[in-house]
Design a protein around this ligand. Structure first.
Ligand code: ADP
Ligand code: MG
Length: 211
């Protein structure tokens, strides 16, 4: 599939389904090192966009849909993840605004801007045991794939693979941002829930480009 408005719609709809399926597991991860609501937060935000998508018949670019997703997440999701993901989608949309079909360069720009938005908002660095530890490997892998001549769909697949590995790699880390940072060494051995939701969402982006 071209990485266009239909792709963006498929990405959002698949994300809503997958986050709903993984709601309990994300809550469990967050119960271990936070307050147990990450699955609930993500599910609430992505369910809230579904009725809006049906009414967006004049959307022509991925950015049109990502902007609505951003404002929906910011207004419906309490907790850290709503504003963080909301900013990511808003900045991602800004990076590809007006482009109907995203090529490899545009996909890398979208992912990079999304990651940079989360850093701007949350000030996390790599290794702080947050969603950034999934996003940054994804952005780096996307740039490597682009330089190797990969197409937009292959770039998204490389980003998804790296995000999954990044989420797993949060397990041995001590958290330095968010609620998990209150736990000190007790966070060791637990996967960061936000890194896990990022891995799920970026896999949905890749899958939407394959179908
Ligand atoms: P809350 O912590 O308010 O309950 P959630 O449970 O929905 O919100 O989200 C928790 C996730 O948010 C964490 O697993 C982590 O990945 C992410 N997070 C928290 N603070 C930050 C931050 N400053 N920068 C990046 N990500 C963060
Ligand atoms: Mg929480």
């Amino acid at each position: 599939m071209s990485v266009d408005v239909a792709w963006a719609e498929a990405w959002i709809r698949t994300s809503a389904r997958v986050l709903s399926e993984h709601r309990a597991r994300l809550n469990t991860l967050d119960r271990e090192i936070g307050d147990g609501d990450h699955g609930e937060n993500m599910d609430r935000g992505f369910q809230a966009i579904l009725p809006k998508l049906d009414g967006l018949t004049d959307a022509t670019t991925p950015a049109d849909l990502l902007k609505v997703l951003a404002s929906t997440l910011i207004s419906t999701v309490g907790g850290a993840a709503g504003p963080l993901y909301g900013t990511a989608y808003l900045k991602a949309a800004g990076a590809v605004s007006g482009t109907a079909e995203l090529d490899g360069d545009a996909v890398v720009a979208l992912l990079t801007a999304g990651r940079d938005g989360i850093v701007l908002r949350g000030k996390a660095e790599s290794g702080d045991k947050t969603m950034i530890d999934a996003w940054t490997p994804a952005v780096d892998a996307a740039a490597v794939a682009l330089a190797a001549g990969a197409g937009a769909d292959q770039i998204l697949a490389a980003a998804a693979d790296a995000a999954e590995a990044g989420a797993v790699a949060t397990e041995p880390l001590v958290a330095r941002k968010g609620r998990a940072s209150y736990l000190g060494e007790r966070a060791i051995g637990h996967r960061d829930p936000g890194a896990e939701s990022t891995a799920l969402i970026l896999r949905c982006a890749a899958d939407a480009a394959q179908s």
